[in-house]
Design a protein around this ligand. Structure first.
Ligand code: GLY
Length: 360
């Protein structure tokens, strides 16, 4: 697959990507190569990655704990210390081998270490291939508030190797499907149809779907790299979804939700708001809810949690002067940026998500 040019770096695919990476690493300007992994990618992806490398340069591995609950400044401090102890200098490079947690946190750590060292993203999950690793957002959570601390910082390149997807459980794979549904709803009705036919379950079709998703995301990023306006569209489903994710992260007694599962719920609720406020077609709304319930299962969100979830939405980065902003849809591929919605309707949306698939 042809490489995709982003802001000032390329997204490369499959074997060609490793050729580009190996060429890049021959640069004499690079001193030591550090590879950031979590426990899972150390075990399942690191040896596959090593097999593709031809560099003779010194390589040092830094492992962090896996899971969103570790995407915080404490983990960053441990990586900064490790880099220091292992002798990293400003010519060192950090290769982030992992899912969105590793690429977001690794990008942030690299961009702030000694005022910034270079980094490369090698996403190993579907979610991080189609979203997190592309577009230069780096950062960590502040307590349970998602991605509150961070900066835009470009990687040197992104390497997409579909083979890492074989290391994922079905649950981890479908977490990425939520972000692809987001691209379908906001930009590409054909992609949405492909997803609803479960084409992502077929590996060769999935590779094409990933490529299309990255093309969509990259087009948006090129037009609005710092999310001044258009890029907010990539947050469809996230105003409510992030609040639900944060709430579930905060409450150890509740089941643990993946990012994609939370965003899937958020997309149904925001589609409900879109239907009520902007005539988003009822057929699209019901079909989305049905597909999300079928694919992700139905997470029970008890009414006693509603107030806290609504409270968490006040921290969304898109809000303006304390007013909660959403991306809403008039139709598939027809979106409204900075939309508002009454709280009562969001509560109705939560009820709507909780109701059985066939109920309106
Ligand atoms: N994940 C949304 C964005 O990168 O803008």
């Amino acid at each position: 697959m042809t490489s995709i040019q982003s802001t000032d770096y390329f997204i490369h695919f499959s074997d060609d990507a490793y050729q580009q990476l190996n060429n890049y690493l021959t640069n004499d300007e690079i001193s030591t190569i550090f590879v950031l992994v979590d426990k899972n990618t150390h075990e399942h992806c690191y040896s596959k990655f090593l097999n593709k490398l031809s560099t003779k340069k010194e390589m040092k591995v830094i492992e962090i704990k896996a899971g969103e609950m570790h995407k915080n400044i404490t983990t960053c401090v441990s990586v900064w210390k490790k880099l220091t102890d292992l002798g990293a200098d400003r010519k060192s490079i950090l290769i982030n081998l992992g899912g969105g947690m590793v690429t977001d946190l690794g990008g942030f750590v690299a961009s702030t270490f000694k005022r910034g060292i270079k980094f490369i993203n090698i996403p190993t999950t579907l979610l991080s291939m189609v979203d997190a690793s592309v577009g230069s957002k780096t950062g960590v959570d502040l307590d349970n508030l998602k991605n509150l601390i961070g900066l835009f910082s470009n990687p040197e390149m992104v390497v997409i190797d579909y083979n890492y997807l074989q290391t994922l459980s079905n649950r981890e794979l479908r977490s990425g499907v939520a972000e692809i549904i987001k691209y379908g709803l906001t930009f590409d009705s054909k992609l949405l149809i492909e997803i609803k036919k479960d084409n992502w379950k077929n590996i060769s079709k999935l590779n094409v779907i990933i490529y299309k998703s990255i093309v969509i995301k990259n087009k948006v990023v090129l037009q609005d790299p710092k999310e001044e306006n258009l890029r907010k569209v990539l947050n469809y489903g996230h105003t409510v979804g992030h609040a639900i994710e944060s709430y579930f992260l905060e409450h150890a007694t509740l089941e643990n939700l993946t990012h994609g599962e939370a965003i899937a719920i958020g997309m149904v609720i925001e589609a409900y708001l879109s239907h009520k406020l902007h005539a988003f077609p009822l057929t699209e709304l019901t079909s989305l809810k049905e597909y999300i319930h079928k694919t992700f299962g139905k997470t029970g969100i008890a009414t006693e949690h509603y107030t806290d979830i609504l409270g968490l939405m006040k921290h969304d980065k898109k809000n303006i002067n304390g007013s909660i902003r959403y991306i809403l849809l008039k139709n598939v591929s027809d979106y409204i940026i900075n939309a508002t919605a009454p709280t009562e309707l969001v509560i109705e949306g939560l009820d709507y998500y909780n109701s059985p698939s066939n109920s309106r």
